[in-house]
Each structure stands twice: as C-alpha cells, then as structure tokens.
Unconditional design. Sequence first.
Length: 528
Amino acid sequence: MNSLSAQHQAEAELRWKTAFLEAQVNSSLDGILVVNREGRQILQNQRMLQLWKIPPEVASTVDDRTQLQFAMAQVKDPQAFVEKVEYLYAYPNEISRDEIELKDGTILDRYSSPVVGKDGTYYGRIWTFRDVTEQRRLEAQLRQSQKMEAIGQLAAGVAHDFNNMLAVVRGNAELLLMAPDQLSAPADEGLKQILVAAQRAAILTRQLLIFSRKQIPQPQPLLVNDLVKNMIKMLKRLIPENIRLDCDYEKESSFVQADAGMIEQVLLNLAVNARDAMPRGGQVRVTTERVALNEGATLKSPQARAGMFLCLSVSDTGTGIAPEHLPLIFEPFFTTKEPGQGTGLGLATVHGIVKQHHGWIEVSSQLGTGATFKVFLPAIPPPGAPKAAQPAELMPRGGAETILLVEDDYAVRTVTRRVLETYGYKVCEASSGREALEVWARQPEEIALLLTDIVMPGDLNGRELAEQLWPRKPGLPAVFMSGYSADVIGSDNEFLLRTKSYLITKPCTTTALLQTLRQCLDRKLGRA
C-alpha cells in the first residue's frame, strides 16, 4: 500500500514537472527544438514555429526531413546551415553558437548544446533560436554613427588646415594682382588661374565642412521655387542635350528657413548624380511639393516626423542603385564611379546639409529604372516684405584705423597684415589670445577694431578674447575669422546677432575682407 502510494506520488510529481517544463518551454521568447540522439524531433515550442514561419502541415508531419528542408529554403546560405547541423551530430559533445540570416532579412542567434544525463549518457541535443534582427540593426546604426562622427572630425580638421593654406595662396595672388603694371601677361594669367584653382579647392573644403557639420549655415526665409528656377539655368549648362530636364513647381509659395547656397549645393549635387547615371541620355525631373505629414506617414523614414514640409525631389531614368549600395550612398568617399570621375562627397554633402536644416532624405531606386531622391525641409509661413537690398561696392575701401589682428598661423597672419597695410590700415599683430591681451594693454585707445581667428591654441579662443576686451572698451567692433566655427560661435548665429559682430570664413577674397571691415567700422562711426 505504501509502495503504491509512493508510486502515485512520484507519478503526480512527474506529471507536474512535465507540465511545468512544457509551460516554461512554450512561454519562452526563444524558439526551442529538442531532438534525440538520432536527430529526430522530440519537442518544439510555439515560438520556434513563429520564428521559422513553419505552417501547421509541416509542423505536424512525422517526417523530420520535411521541416529541415522547409528551414533550408528560408536561409540565405543553406549549405552552411546543413553543414553545421551535420557537424554537431557527428560530434555530439560540441557546443555551438552562431547567427543565421534568413532571406527576409531576419537574423537568428542559434545556440546548440548536448543533452547529457547525470551519468554521462547522451540523450540528444537542444537548439534555441533568438530573433536579434533589431539588436543587430541598432548595433550597425551605432557603428555607422561612430564611423561618420570620426570621419567628420577628420574632415573638419583637414578642411580647417586646408582653408588656412588657401587663404595664404589666395591672399598672396590677389596682392600680386594689385600691381598689374609690374606683371607680364603670362604672370597675370597664371595668377588668375591660381585664384580659380583656389576657388575650386575652397568649394571642396566647404563640402567637407558641410558634411562634418562644421560649416555655419546662414538661414533666411527662402522661396524654394525661386531658388530652383534660378538653378535650372545653370543645370541646363551642366546636363548634355541627350538628357531632358523637366520641372514641376508647387503652386503655392512655399518657404523654408535655409541657407540658399547650401540648398543650391543640394540640388546641384543631386542633379549631377542623376546626369552621371544616364551616360546614354534620359530624363531628369525636378519637382517641389508642399506636403503635410501625419504620424502614420512618418513611418516611411526613421528621421521623419509629423508636420508641414517642402519636398524637393530629383528623379532620373538612369541605371539605378544596386540594393547592396543603397545603405552606403551617403557615406563619404563611397562612389560607384570610375576613378577620377567623382570624389564620393556629393551625396555625403547633401546628407550633411539636409541634416543641418532639420530635414531628411528618402531614396527609392531599382536597377535599370532610375532613382528618386526626396529632400524634406520644414516649411515656414511666408515672411513679411523684405528690406531693399543695398548695392554692393564695386571696389573695396581702406582706412587709417588701427586693427588688432590675432591669428596663430604665421603665413595667414602675414598675408592678412600685408592686405590691410596696402589699404592704409595700421596693424598690431598677435599670435594668440594671451599675446593679444598684452598688445592691447600697450595701446588700448588706438585700437579701433578686433580682427581675430576663432579657433586658436591655448586657453583663450577668439570669442573669449572679444568677451574680455568688450568690458574694457564697450562697443569695440569685432570681426571673427575661421575655417570652421560652429563649435565656438554657435550654429544658430545667436552670438553674432547678440554682439553685433561679423564672421568671415577662410579663405575669403580681399574684397570681402575689406568690405566687412569697412562696414563694421562705419557702423561704429554712425556712417552705416
């Protein structure tokens, strides 16, 4: 009697443990498959069927090969899948962990270990499968973000140094051209070619700065239709006759808060890319459209959001973009063009500009049918009537005031001083913020304007120097120079507006430098 009672108790306990084990297996977030030593299925949970999308007729079959063949048809590399299974059955004590990618893009973490009793008996093998698709996507995004940030920092540093070199090249060439009577015709032509090359190099460095988001945008209310219409005239000169250029404009007046030069760069780069994708001719279509996006519509892009936007679209009927290239097209220096036919910065620059303007880009393409790039920028209400534009001076004016010039690069400082002295200004030089304070202490009353680089070595940058000098001489005009300055001045120009200061970017023309200085000094004197 006691023996039967103990047996019933043991059976009840076994049923309870079995029910508990089955409940635990079926509630797992991992797919679980248990096989015996011959590899035949003993148990699989519901999650296993969901992950592998196994239909009931396959799951219920007594032939294990049917389910294996169904699984093989879903993986990208069925040969590697089967080889791993066969290897583990050949070596039953092995533990394995790897990842499987399915044809639909799902990534499964696969883990397998032997089922061994306390006495060492081998009973079979357990397989677990976990969906890690989203985790791998986020990890890839993080790696991409870190890589882009590192490349951006490198690009900004290179552009900053290169802009200083261009300032020296450009400044000296312009100084020599100021004395045309002393130059031969070939020398005059050579200097002009140097200026043209310097201008092209400046555009390239500007692209690097835009990509790295170190270029300060100068946003203003911008009517995109007008900008596109003006750009079309230039695009027609860039696009050959075998490519038809069509335009379709938004009927309403759609404004965005944007830097006109940067948006022109976006359109130019997209149009050139479209042209290069159609070596045998085709069609480029540029459209503008005002669109209202709701929460449902924003699911198309992770950067999208609800609101009113201006969509600038550039489509072509070219070769299209291969699916494996689509995730890479906005990376700097990635290009499918032949060597010498592109820098790989075009789309990276577009991406940087659009991101700076709080927008995003959507791309759709198929091989052989062309590509469409849609740029979304936040729309703004129409602004009030613009102020009448002041006519620009044809020739720069000099002056006799004393200027405190602060620049750590010797060559840039030297050529800038020569330009200023050529136009009558007196110049006090300093190579750092600390040295500038010492120069100021010797002649504070004579100095009429501070002309300083922003990013300098040491513990006192250009902005901090100005903030120390203003209390000593309220209203001191200040003009800042920099190859890039977003980290110090602020990307929204708030500092410049608040202090009524000016910013010129290197390399600038002699005319731009002199006009800025004169405008700043004249405003202080009440002449502007």
